[in-house]
Design a protein around this ligand. Structure first.
Ligand code: NAP
Ligand code: ZN
Ligand code: ZN
Length: 347
């Protein structure tokens, strides 16, 4: 077994602290990745605090992983020692169900092996995430990382990037469309960059007036402060697509009312408690409210290649792992510009 260092939460109310554990020995299809950077997603916080009610402790969070491959198994063909490798929100799946066959493994109907807070295929051994020194990965679930981009800015693409790219892609967002992004955090700022790169006219809906200048430098065309609902009134029935990335309780009806006839709002945020939906928010204009979860391996690679071509990365605040608990508190206060990324040299 491979001795590995990490940071873990021992329970839903504990702070993260150093934690030693073991990774499996490499199998024929496996690569060993020395982790260089790992992004801090709000999902890490929801799960470390058991806000979704399914947490397994001790928990080593982290699913925005970029690193260097230091060993390869005997059957590995896609990577060699010295290559970069990336890991997103899952490390394996059943491989035989319809979703897996169609390359949308995130919706695996069998056992999706989450990068952390999950179990390996034996359904017993816990998985541990990227707040750690190394990870053993099946090469088929490992992403190829572009070499022309700063790696700390690439790490958040593995979750925040794909989670926003996938619905923009699925609903064919493009030129001539008015797109709203609700919440300017880790996901939101990637949603803005990607939607702008696809040619849309983008409006940011934010509770933080201080983020306006940033929103505009990210490429947003309009910025609306949502604390005063009156600011949204003139925008009713004007939008073609809205991406809601908010991590906490909020009024989705306020945004649904902005959609034109038969348009779609996609929910990617995962607040702890159920949201309230007024039927008429959907009935009026025949609108849809749709969910979306990350993306499959093929689409994640496509997104990374797209970002490499368009020179898109996440805006990050790099921290040593010793500051992780403070980073959680700041993220909850919407005080991050726009993703914390752990420099794993500090571990
Ligand atoms: P984040 O960086 O904390 O951003 C969330 C943003 O939501 C904040 O920056 C803030 O934006 C806004 N917000 C926070 N509290 C709010 C409140 N009480 N009322 C209104 N707006 C509020 O989080 P993230 O990492 O982007 O993740 C966002 C959500 O997506 C989380 O729930 C996460 O678990 C979920 N997620 C889902 C998927 C998926 O596959 N569907 C993948 C990754 C993450 P402003 O300051 O601009 O208002
Ligand atoms: Zn995430
Ligand atoms: Zn499957």
């Amino acid at each position: 077994m491979l001795k590995t260092r990490g940071y873990a939460a021992e329970g839903p109310t504990s702070t993260l602290a150093p934690f030693d554990f073991e990774r499996r020995e490499l199998g024929a299809q496996d690569v060993l990745i020395e982790i260089l950077y790992c992004g801090v997603c709000h999902s890490d916080i929801h799960q470390a605090r058991n806000e979704w009610g399914n947490s397994i402790f001790p928990m080593v969070p982290g699913h925005e992983i970029v690193g260097r491959i230091t060993q390869v198994g005997s059957g590995v063909t896609r990577f060699k020692v010295g290559d970069l490798g990336g890991v997103g929100c899952f490390v394996d799946s059943c491989r035989v169900c319809q979703s897996c066959k169609e390359g949308v493994e995130q919706y695996c109907e069998g056992h999706l092996v989450a990068t952390y807070n999950g179990t390996e295929k034996d359904e017993t051994t816990p998985t541990y995430g990227g707040y750690s020194s190394q990870i053993v990965m099946d090469e088929n679930y490992t992403l190829k990382i572009p070499t022309n981009l700063p790696l700390e800015g690439v790490a958040p693409l593995l979750c925040a990037g794909i989670t926003t790219y996938s619905p923009l892609n699925r609903f064919k967002v493009g030129p001539g469309q008015k797109v709203g992004v609700v919440g300017l955090g880790g996901l939101g700022h990637m949603g803005v960059k990607l939607a702008v790169s696809m040619g849309a006219e983008v409006t940011v809906f934010s509770t933080s007036p201080t983020k306006e200048a940033d929103a505009r430098s990210l490429g947003a065309h309009h910025f609306v402060v949502t604390k005063d609902p009156q600011n949204l009134e003139p925008l009713a029935n004007k939008f073609d697509f809205i991406l809601d990335t908010v991590s906490a309780q909020h009024d989705v009806n306020m945004y649904l009312n902005l959609l034109r006839r038969e348009r779609v709002m996609v929910l990617v945020g995962g607040p702890e408690k159920p949201l309230e939906l007024a039927s008429f928010s959907l009935i009026t204009n025949g609108r849809s409210l749709v969910g979306s979860m990350i993306g499959g391996i093929r689409e994640t690679q496509e997104m990374l290649d797209y970002c490499a071509e368009k020179n898109i990365t996440s805006d990050v605040e790099v921290i040593p792992i010793q500051q992780i608990n403070e980073a959680y508190e700041r993220t909850i206060k919407s005080d991050v510009r726009y993703r914390f990324v752990i420099d794993m040299k500090s571990l």
